[in-house]
Design a binder for this molecule. Structure first.
Ligand code: ATP
Ligand code: ZN
Length: 290
């Protein structure tokens, strides 16, 4: 077997699950080149000193906490559950879900205050225990691994505490959400025992990944406009700094290049059209180093 302790840093990611595809996509967008095929235990990048280790998601925080790997990508939900001694570095913008309290559709229960002496099925016993404590509820926690949503129909529980993203799995099993406990998304975590030398490599990797994440929030926009409305346009798109302005062959007309934040994209485009910008061309931003 290849030696993984060769000075490269190690990053643990989920071997096969909901986070795997987006995680691999993010790493590839960050310019990392590696081979990855199913059943593999690890991959080495050939253009960056990084080894990628494939693990079950629940095991990742312990590997990171112990220093067996330097970094990990995992759902915040697992860190909240396990409370491992690791440092959260970046929120990654995928794997969105919420830990929710749900009951069967026909259940008379409408709020958590009615859970006293009830059975609650969950794969998140610690988060559930803390939640019940905070609410001052004495419930019985039934720990199950996987397919928690089926427990009520098997009369194993009166309620479940489980992860929900679209809600379709819950609806499919005739459950209804009555309370949200917390939101979660995939995060990059770092070991607290990373050596100085490796930390320099970690920093470089974080800059690359941040560059991809920042770019996802922006669009690159080019447009033509009469010179007379430049000031108005600058007010609508403050951009990262001042926009690039060049003159066009048609007298009195200019071309403007700038970036627009994704979350205000459509309203900004509408305003630009209103004030007289034309030929608006929008391009995705591949990377943005701030
Ligand atoms: P593993 O085999 O690695 O233990 P798993 O079955 O425990 O996998 P997945 O179901 O693949 O885990 O979920 C991985 C992560 O995806 C979750 O911990 C959570 O952060 C995120 N996630 C996003 N949406 C959902 C959802 N609807 N249900 C469960 N997890 C979700
Ligand atoms: Zn798991």
């Amino acid at each position: 077997m290849k030696n993984l302790n060769n000075g490269s840093i190690k990053l643990a990611i989920q071997k096969n699950g909901r986070l795997t595809e987006s995680t691999l996509g993010l790493l590839k967008s960050a310019g990392l080149e590696f081979e990855n095929y199913k059943k593999q235990l690890f991959s080495s990048c050939w253009n960056f000193p990084l080894n990628i280790v494939y693990l079950r998601d629940d095991d990742i925080p312990d590997y990171v906490a112990s220093g067996a790997v330097d970094l990990g990508i995992v759902g915040e939900n697992i860190i909240i559950e396990q409370r491992n001694d690791v440092t959260m570095q970046l929120k990654l913008g995928f794997g969105y879900c919420s830990l929710c309290l749900a009951v069967p559709k026909e259940s008379p229960i409408t709020s958590s205050s009615e859970l006293n002496n009830k059975k609650i099925a969950t794969s998140y016993p610690q988060s559930t225990k803390r939640y019940l404590n905070e609410k001052g509820i004495e419930g019985e926690i039934v720990k199950i691994n996987g397919s928690v949503e089926i427990a009520p129909s098997l009369a194993m529980a009166d309620a479940v505490i489980d992860l929900v993203s679209s809600g379709s799995t819950l609806a499919l099993n005739d459950l209804r959400v009555i309370e949200k406990i917390f939101d979660s998304q995939a995060v990059l975590i770092k070991s607290n025992t990373v050596s100085k030398v490796k930390n320099n490599i970690v920093k470089k990797l974080l800059i690359r990944i941040s560059g991809v994440l920042a770019a996802q929030n922006y669009k690159y926009v080019m447009m033509n406009a009469p010179e007379s409305i430049l000031k108005t346009i600058q007010k609508i798109v403050p951009g990262l700094k001042s926009p690039t302005v060049s003159s066009l062959s048609t007298k009195g007309w200019i071309s403007i290049q700038t970036v627009i934040k994704e979350d205000v994209f459509w309203e900004t485009i509408e305003k630009l059209k209103e004030v007289g910008a034309t030929g608006i061309l929008v391009l995705p931003v591949e990377k943005l180093i701030l």
